[in-house]
Design a binder for this molecule. Structure first.
Ligand code: PMP
Length: 460
């Protein structure tokens, strides 16, 4: 290498503007990673870690160092690296057909490059359908408290996390929030039929706004960054039915859940529902290329096909320069092949169960663990001062567990480290190729971290 480690750290400190964190990686005690293989990572100083965070933000579904994916990208780029998506291209066509195979009821794939952009496309589809079919009147998009849909202004306008929104307003009009279905912190005294009651809270907002003004609802099937919140029994089915009843499109943000993370190809497939639009990004190419997809039913596609008249183009006039070109879908095909060849969907479900059971055991040992929840390899723990009050612990305790794990060579997820609302929640979301031994290592390291924390607290 032409630069020393010291020079690289200096360049980082002096010039890189890190996401979500003030100061440099070194200032924040965060490693500069230089190599990955499977779930193992090495930093610039030669320290080795087991990555139980899939690249920190649920991206690397098939793990690091996958030569098949890199070869697929380089072969494609040598053949043809770019031509605008309005033309056809081979990998985009092939990946679309493979993807649709996994999504009964869906039929069209619109490519772009990030999760935020995939959601923007969905919103623009809803807005244009409102103009074409409802004289612009069905333009409202309902989003849920705690859900995250991205960083662009419209995606942020649809995000129910106040600390992310703070100081970025004004927001895009006609985005309206509704309450979450967070059973652990239920809005109701009585938890019988909680899922149906929580869905009713969404219908209340539709009725309040006027169903004729609401074009769509967007939700994360399992809320990731907002606290790893799985939907209670009956919730998503009720949401689907309420949307149908009021002629409201159901958009599911599968940016985190998609491509096997929860033990099925898509998170919503656990719940027997049929969305109108599904967005996905991170796991689509596991971080080997930037690719996202907005997948729709044929009905949504058809609504956006016909021109209204000759001087007003009615079809979906949208574009994304890099969408579907060409490294992205080439990587996505190879990534999907690995998931199938190595049975990673089954592995995600099986290893996720082991992780969940192991964490439940830790919960019985350490009262600070108030809740353990998740599906497949999207698993979280919520830390509380005591199980009755459920008061969130001070963020220093979650930081301490994260730091103790890191010290012991384990990276767990703390995606909302800057957001006081959720910073008592940690997540364990390894790549889908995680082995039983690695799950054990995650659990043993966490056990030790909680045991050390207990000692720290009694000594304090
Ligand atoms: N939706 C969800 C559920 C996400 O977690 C994220 C990213 N964390 C996004 C959308 C935005 O994706 P991107 O950062 O690729 O724009």
């Amino acid at each position: 290498n032409e630069y020393t480690n010291h020079e690289i750290k200096t360049f980082d400190k002096d010039h890189v503007w890190h996401h979500l964190t003030p100061g440099s990686a070194a200032d924040n005690g965060l490693p500069v990673f230089v190599k990955g293989q499977g779930l193992d990572l090495w930093d610039i100083d030669g320290n080795q870690y087991l990555d139980a965070s899939a690249g920190g933000v649920w991206v690397t579904n098939t793990g690091y160092g996958r030569k098949e994916i890199v070869d697929a990208i380089s072969e494609q780029l040598l053949d043809l690296n770019f031509f605008a998506s309005a033309m056809g291209n081979k990998p985009a066509a092939i990946f679309a057909s493979h993807l649709i195979d996994k999504m009964p009821g869906m039929n069209r794939v619109f490519y772009s490059s990030s999760g935020s952009e995939a959601n923007e496309k969905a919103f623009k589809m809803v807005r244009q359908i409102s103009h074409k079919k409802y004289a612009g009147k069905k333009s409202k998009i309902l989003y849920r408290e705690r859900d995250y849909h991205g960083t662009t202004i419209a995606a942020l306008s649809a995000t129910g996390q106040s600390q992310r929104r703070d100081q970025f307003g004004p927001f895009v009009p006609d985005f309206v929030e509704f309450p979450h279905c967070f059973e652990y912190r239920s809005q109701f005294e009585e938890t019988v039929d909680y899922g149906v009651k929580a869905a009713q809270l969404m219908e209340d907002v539709i009725l309040q706004e006027g169903p004729d003004t609401v074009g769509a609802v967007i939700i994360e099937p399992i809320t990731a960054g907002g606290g790893i919140i799985t939907p209670p029994e009956g919730y998503l089915k009720a949401v689907e039915q309420i949307c149908k009843k009021h002629n409201v499109l159901l958009i599911l943000d599968e940016v985190v859940c998609g491509l096997g993370r929860t033990g099925k190809w898509f998170g919503y497939q656990h719940y027997d529902i049929q969305p109108d639009i599904v967005t996905m990004a991170k796991g689509v190419a596991s971080g080997y290329a930037a690719i996202s997809c907005t997948v729709t039913t044929e009905a949504v596609y058809k609504d956006l096909q016909e021109s209204d008249n000759t001087d007003k183009l009615g079809y979906f006039r949208d574009i994304s320069t890099y969408g579907g070109c060409l490294a992205g879908p080439a990587a996505a095909i190879a990534n999907m092949n690995i998931i199938e060849k190595e049975n990673l969907i089954e592995n995600s479900a099986k290893m996720g169960d082991l992780l969940l059971v192991g964490l439940q055991e830790l919960k019985t040992k350490y009262p600070i663990i108030g809740d353990v929840r998740g599906k497949g390899l999207l698993v979280g723990i919520e830390l509380v001062t005591d199980s009755t009050s459920k008061q969130p612990v001070d963020e220093t305790l979650a930081i301490s567990i994260f730091a103790k794990c890191k010290q012991a060579g384990l990276l767990i997820g703390r995606t909302n480290r800057s957001f006081a609302e959720f910073n008592n929640i940690l997540n364990m979301s390894p790549a889908l190729c995680v082995t039983e031994a690695q799950i054990q290592q995650i659990l043993t390291t966490l056990d030790q971290a909680f045991s050390d924390l207990t000692v720290d607290l009694t000594q304090a």
